[in-house]
Design a protein around this ligand. Sequence first.
Ligand SMILES: [Zn+2]
Length: 349
Amino acid sequence: MIRVVHHPAYVTEAPARSTYRWGKNGAIRDLLLERGAAVAWHEPAAMPRDWLEATHDPDYVAEVLAAAVPREKERRIGFPVTEVVARRAALVPGGTYLAARLALAHGFAANTAGGSHHALATTGAGYCVFNDLAVAAIRLAAERAAERILIVDVDVHQGDGTAALTAGHAGIATYSIHAEKNFPVRKACSTLDVALPDAVGDDEYLARLEETLVPLLDEARPDLILYQGGVDPYAGDRLGRLALSDAGLARRDRLVAGLALARGVPLASTVGGGYGDDVMAIAARHVAVIERLAAVYGGAESLASAGAGTDDLDASLSSVIPDPARDTPSRESGGFDVRGTLDPRSRPG
Ligand SMILES: [Zn+2]
């Protein structure tokens, strides 16, 4: 049983002037629907405004929710923040939060969107509007759902926004392993950053991951891990600079999940970066991450601390199987991907 958090509004058509290839969320949903009863679907509520404001600047939250983001910030984000985009932006942090709550109750859960790790206090950036990882972590910490939260970010781009937004929070630590010469040009300070040179392959990547993450886990002793499982370290990724194979990505996910499970730590995953012309292939890569993590946690239901504090979530814990025909059409490939302005080094996610 894989607990998957998804909302129909994750699947949106791209606004005009978007440099981001929309549609992979619909493809992820469709691939997971093929798993039938192996997947339990959960629909999140939008993150309440107060919690968005606990992480982001209230003026920026107001700009997004009113779909009135200044053009300069929209350029930095990579697409205009329309009403549809604004609604989605509030739902995705709700999804990461719900996935975390489900993970705390059951060991593992996945959000089919999120990983918006470049969003900063006063602006979005790099295809990220609100930082779902930081918003969820700050809310979970405030609610004492977890005492020590570790955000493990394996996207090929540094989790700069997450690091900046959670800096100074005693209960939240951040780890980012990324390509040093990739976006963002100016890096933030995570609790632990592992900057890799271009073209690092599977073996070197896995060695660096293990030798850095193990000591951090033992020092931070998290009771919850939020995993930004970007698939853009893949060798063929348009915006990556590393050279991992599919087998390398698999080893990466199994290593992190195995280390977490061995320490009894629940893990909630989000997607993240993954760029190229073949949306289905990228979606399949995201789904593979979810399935691998779930497989490691399979049978670990007893990990849950008796589901403490989740009673109020019963409504959202009930399953709602998505109906693609009812969802906003996703138009998986072509049509709205305006790639003319895509600069590999200035528009990642
Ligand atoms: Zn990325």
